[in-house]
Design a protein around this ligand. Structure first.
Ligand code: ZN
Length: 252
């Protein structure tokens, strides 16, 4: 970018921040800070760092080696190869997640996608194609956007990876997973996804990175992985913004 354009951009940013100060991603307040997070808020977010379960990305107390899996994954292996999450979904971090999902707040998108990129760098690097978990079209029409598609696009843009926002589709409308038991969640989404016929060629033989906002029990993601495998995807990893670690982390 030329110096003049850079100066104009910087002036625009200063003016915009003066007229419309950035709103905190955590508290929702408009402050005087230069960005959407104050340092004290940043430290409250429980970012997930190593050691993690190689399979599901859950934080682990001890480092048992680079390919170690947690007891839950050993007992019931997920269908995907590897999953990673940027931070723990708890009472602090639910705000940016819900702002994105329910209010369609986009101003923190690059920051959120940046954290996901950091958490799942090797997964993104190896991916041929990024595919978001889809909404049923009736929900998409009602809401007007799919937050997971936004995250997938932001990650794709930052990593220069190909994104296919409509690779997967929901073939039937499923009730919300909130409040359901693990078994009920699984039943609820079984067979609810497939790869759009016009996208099968694109998915076949590819290493796919599946993107969603929150990983809770993994039922939805497993159902999506199954659909991608049926369409011939070679490798499927999962990258999410936040993951529930224990039920006590969130008050619903
Ligand atoms: Zn695990």
């Amino acid at each position: 970018m030329k110096a003049g354009a850079l100066a104009a951009k910087s002036l625009f940013r200063q003016t915009r921040d003066f007229l419309w100060p950035p709103r905190s991603l955590i508290s929702g307040d408009r402050g005087e800070g230069a960005g959407p997070l104050r340092p004290d808020e940043f430290t409250k977010i429980r970012f997930i760092t190593d050691p993690v379960c190689h399979r599901c990305g859950a934080p682990q107390a001890y480092d048992a080696g680079p390919e170690a899996e947690c007891p839950a994954c050993i007992a019931r292996p997920p269908r995907w190869g590897r999953a990673r999450a940027a931070f723990v979904y708890d009472d602090i971090s639910r705000r940016p997640v819900l702002d994105l999902k329910r209010a369609g707040r986009r101003d923190g998108l690059d920051i959120l996608a940046g954290w996901m990129l950091q958490a799942g760098a090797p997964l993104v690097e190896e991916a041929d194609l990024i595919v978001p978990v889809p909404l049923h079209y009736t929900r998409l029409v009602m809401r007007g956007f799919n937050q997971s598609a936004w995250l997938a696009q932001a990650i794709g843009q930052a990593s220069r990876r190909r994104v296919c926002v409509d690779g997967l589709r929901r073939t039937r409308r499923t009730p919300s997973q909130a409040g359901l038991s693990t078994r009920a969640r699984r039943r609820n989404v079984t067979g609810a996804f497939d790869v759009r016929p016009s996208r099968r060629k694109l998915v076949e033989g590819k290493r796919v990175l599946l993107v969603d906002d929150v990983l809770t029990t993994g039922a939805t993601l497993n159902a999506c992985v199954r659909a991608l495998k049926r369409a011939g995807a070679r490798q499927i990893d999962v990258l999410v913004l936040a993951r529930v670690v224990r039920a006590t982390d969130v008050t619903i």
